[in-house]
Write a protein that binds this ligand. Sequence first.
Ligand code: NAD
Length: 321
Amino acid sequence: MLIVPENEIAGLATRQAAFDAVEAVFAAMATGDAYNFPVVREAIGHEDALYGFKGGFDRGGAALGLKAGGYWPHNMDRRGLINHQSTVFLFDPDTGKPRAVVGGNLLTALRTAAASAVSIRHLARADAKVMGMIGAGHQATFQLRAALEQREFEKVIGWNRDPSHLSRLAAVAAEAGLSFEAVALEDMAEADVIISITSSFDAILVADQVGPGTHIACMGTDTRGKQEVDPALLSRATVFTDEVAQSVSIGEAQHAVAQGRITEADIHMLGAVINGTNPGRASVDGITLFDGTGVGLQDLAVADAVVERAIERGVAIEVDF
Ligand code: NAD
């Protein structure tokens, strides 16, 4: 069995490899070649932690396994550790033997950023110029970096509950040679692409704060009860997702479905757009919305790519297990 420790991941994983792995596995999910197992997520009653498993099997990519981990809210304050902690376990689908244990913390950030980037590649208008960000936490900088590679953006605008954190986004925009402007939510209408990546439990963005032709990637809502946008926006938009079952239960669409504004049948798989079986954006004026709930197959896909790279570079630790 191979071990690829967390401290090796930064030297092995790239945004491009994460993008390619996530795009391929979304496509495989839409054909049925890959499927996710039901998510387990538990408040364990210790350290206020949320712990769980996301797993799946990709026949084509021969990736079988799970990501185990979650959120320990006191890690940073009490121990100087990041609050999100996860590990990916890969198994040999032919024998069931463990194949690799891979650090999952940086990979989670990269695969989540890759998901919104894939949605922008396939759903945003080709002439998108203004990139809008809602949220400026740990994950937001990863999302922005990957998004800026998808179109010839000319400017970044951003909103965060605590505006002092927006300097992180300004720094990423500057790396790409772009200007950054902190804006009010009403001014988000200027954006051609919007990513929301917050831990909010209430709608932040309302429908009339989104202009025609915009693509929105809602990435923060990954748990029952969380919410980032007005459900009315989902009725106005063409809605896409990584996984329909998660979208209606733990994703942004949970609220619009519960209110009867849309049904499961109105939610399309992004993988079908990648495969060309769904036309995706139908008009320049339409709003497209990607509900990125985060699936186990994304984790397996990026971990698998990292294991291959670790073997090539001779940094995978082999143990007799
Ligand atoms: P973080 O704690 O570093 O940042 C949280 C962000 O949410 C900050 O910008 C904060 O200002 C904002 N926020 C919190 N409560 C808010 C509220 N009530 N109203 C408006 N803004 C609010 O977290 P992070 O690591 O950046 O992750 C952000 C979210 O993304 C988390 O909720 C996490 O669970 C989710 N996430 C989703 C996926 C996925 O695959 N979809 C993957 C990783 C993280």
